[in-house]
Design a protein around this ligand. Structure first.
Ligand code: APR
Length: 248
């Protein structure tokens, strides 16, 4: 990894747009189970269709709210790990670059670790919004496990996350796509790269000229396209990069 980090330092020194695209693997080291790593923790004994889909919400909003409150409570207990912290540190270590995080995670851990430019393409479990999109958005109140109504229009409120089968918010995704097009270096971190349209971002970045760097202990569909595919956990790689940048 040392040689790769040396090459990355050279590329980072010239970069004005640095993008870090993250998925569930980044938060795994904080103790948040990933959906595809097996039915553990939050995902044990539940049907995703019931608790994380629009059909499930229409049929039984109280089940959906209760499950999301359990998820929010888990997120409130966990802390950012060295991967999140290393990513946040890039902002001060690369003062001449703009550092943008695009995340598929809904746990708020990038903001908790200090990253200031975070595009949450799958929303955030720390917020609710009006189901009818009337404009109401609010922080999730701890302990609120029964469905709340939208105070503006009276419709039901819902978690501000993108559920299975739902389309992404177009404005948010456009911001992410623009960041990918502008990127000089695009890191893809802890994502299996199989959920579209999120998974199109790394290849779009590469087509528009970015150096593509993958951080994942396992091979993914991106590995063969990446300029560097680094077989390491995020909480191992980013502290190493941070240290090398600080020593420069
Ligand atoms: N560091 C980096 N990568 C890791 C680590 C780690 N410590 N641990 C696991 N990984 C990798 C796994 O090898 C896998 O490739 O993280 C990836 C996690 O993949 P997924 O569980 O598929 O997560 P993600 O890609 O974020 O899923 C995308 O699907 O579940 C839906 O909407 C949800 O946003 C999510 C989307």
């Amino acid at each position: 990894m040392d040689k790769t980090i040396a090459n990355l330092l050279t590329a980072l020194a010239k970069a004005s747009e640095v993008v870090i695209f993250t998925g569930a693997g980044l938060s795994a080291d904080s103790g948040i189970p990933t959906f595809r790593d097996g039915a553990t923790g939050l995902w044990a004994n539940i049907d995703p269709e019931e608790v994380a889909s629009i059909e499930g919400f229409r049929k039984a909003p109280e089940k959906v709210w209760a499950w999301h409150e359990a998820m929010r409570a888990l997120f409130a207990k966990v802390r950012p790990n060295a991967g999140h912290e290393g990513i946040a540190a890039l902002e001060s270590l690369l003062p001449d670059a703009r550092v943008t995080v695009i995340t598929q995670n809904i746990d708020g851990l990038h903001q908790a670790s200090g990253s200031t430019r975070v595009i949450e393409i799958h929303g955030s479990a720390l917020r609710i919004r009006c189901h009818r999109h009337c404009g109401f958005v609010d922080p999730w109140q701890a302990g609120q496990s029964a469905p709340r109504q939208c105070p503006s229009c009276g419709a039901l409120a819902r978690p501000d996350v993108v559920w299975f089968g739902e389309a992404l918010d177009e404005d948010v995704f456009s911001l992410a796509a623009e960041a990918a097009f502008d990127a000089d270096i695009f890191f893809t971190v802890g994502t299996s790269a199989i959920i579209q349209p999120a998974a199109s971002l790394p290849m779009a970045a590469k087509e528009y000229g970015a150096l593509l760097v993958e951080i994942n202990p396992h091979q993914t569909p991106f590995s063969e396209h990446a300029n560097y595919s680094i077989r390491a956990g995020a909480s191992e790689f980013f502290p190493a990069l941070r240290k090398a940048l600080a020593e420069e």
